[in-house]
Write a protein that binds this ligand. Structure first.
Ligand SMILES: [Zn+2]
Length: 120
């Protein structure tokens, strides 16, 4: 039985080829689409109003806030910046309308709730 040997095909590497550059550009565009710049999210959230009953997520706070907002101004700024940044990073525009936040967002939301319990 003849031994099958793997013969590597030699492909010249052209790291700066036009096709590769195009592929990189497309990937950048896709990533930008998935990860909406935070400034766009901020502008969207600030433009949102009280479309339904929705209270601040701070434990024990009953203030009504637009569903696009995590919480009232007072409690939002009581969260450490790294947690606020995480909320912004994982928030997706419109998730409060479709009621379909990502798993990542829900994980951050849980982390925030734990932080509040430990610090209040
Ligand atoms: Zn509040």
């Amino acid at each position: 039985m003849a031994e099958q040997r793997f013969k590597p095909r030699v492909v010249p590497i052209q790291p700066t080829s036009y096709a590769q550059q195009q592929a990189c550009d497309r990937l950048d565009e896709e990533l930008e689409h998935i990860h909406e710049p935070i400034s766009n999210k901020v502008a969207y959230v600030k433009s949102q109003s009280q479309t339904r009953n929705h209270t601040c997520h701070w434990i024990g706070c009953n203030r009504q806030v637009p569903p696009a907002l995590w919480g009232c101004r007072q409690h939002w700024y009581m969260l450490p910046k790294h947690l606020r940044d995480k909320i912004w990073a994982t928030y997706e525009i419109g998730q409060e309308a479709t009621m379909s936040p990502s798993d990542e967002y829900l994980e951050v939301a849980d982390e925030v709730q734990r932080w509040i319990q430990e610090h209040s």
